[in-house]
Design a protein. Structure first.
Length: 227
């Protein structure tokens, strides 16, 4: 094996799923290992947990940050654990609210080339390399999803969870969008395009709730997620 080939085998690829790396089949074992570690660790979380996700770029003085912190704190006071992606922004706010209320604060962090460092408000940390492994952990161990204002990642989590419920791959659970001003345009677009063109049924939109106040979010979860 020449020098260039050895470098190609040993280097850490920038893209997790690129297909031009020699020894690519060995990646399967790392993926399996992440699943095993995740299942073993998350099985120790012995309280019903709610996932809160949103933008990693939200600053601590933003109203969305304050709202996520309050919702998480209120949930923790009611006995629910809080799961986030473990990073900054909305994730940090939710972990902070949970841990300062004395609750279980889980952070499922993922290694990214920018903007994702683990926040300091986690008492149950886990690290992942693959998004799809981490998403399985969210879906398997969460009793509800709360989606704060976010970007592409938040939309990815939202639409995957709705799709899995719609196609009966997972049991239905509450999906709450917080912030009618932020999410209203998306809901209008779904109604005007998806429902109007018959790509989803009107009942599918009922899988998503839109709320603005922490008390409404927590009350809804208490009614639908029994401790």
């Amino acid at each position: 094996m020449g020098m260039n080939e050895r470098r190609r085998v040993n280097r850490e690829p920038k893209y997790c799923l690129e297909n031009d790396v020699v020894g690519d089949s060995w990646r399967m074992f790392r993926i399996m290992g992440e699943f095993v570690d995740g299942f073993d660790a998350m099985s120790a979380v012995n309280v019903p947990a709610v996932t809160i996700y949103g933008s990693a770029r939200t600053p601590a003085d933003h109203p969305h940050y304050k709202m996520a912190e309050k919702i998480a704190g209120d949930l923790a006071e009611e006995g629910y654990g809080v799961i986030t992606g473990g990073g900054p922004g909305i994730m940090e706010a939710a972990n902070k609210g949970a841990i300062e209320a004395g609750g279980v604060s889980v952070g499922l962090n993922i290694a990214l080339p920018h903007e994702q460092a683990s926040n300091p408000y986690i008492n149950f940390p886990l690290q992942f390399k693959y998004f799809f492994v981490r998403k399985v952990m969210f879906l398997k161990y969460s009793m509800a999803f709360i989606c704060m204002p976010g970007g592409f990642g938040s939309l990815d989590e939202l639409f995957e969870s709705v799709t899995l419920i719609q196609t009966e791959r997972i049991k239905p659970f509450p999906i709450i969008l917080v912030g009618s001003e932020f999410w209203g345009g998306l809901i209008d677009w779904i109604q005007d395009q998806f429902i109007k063109n018959g790509t989803i049924s009107e009942e599918d939109l009922d899988l998503i709730q839109v709320m603005d106040e922490s008390v409404d979010v927590v009350d809804f979860i208490k009614k639908t997620v029994v401790l």
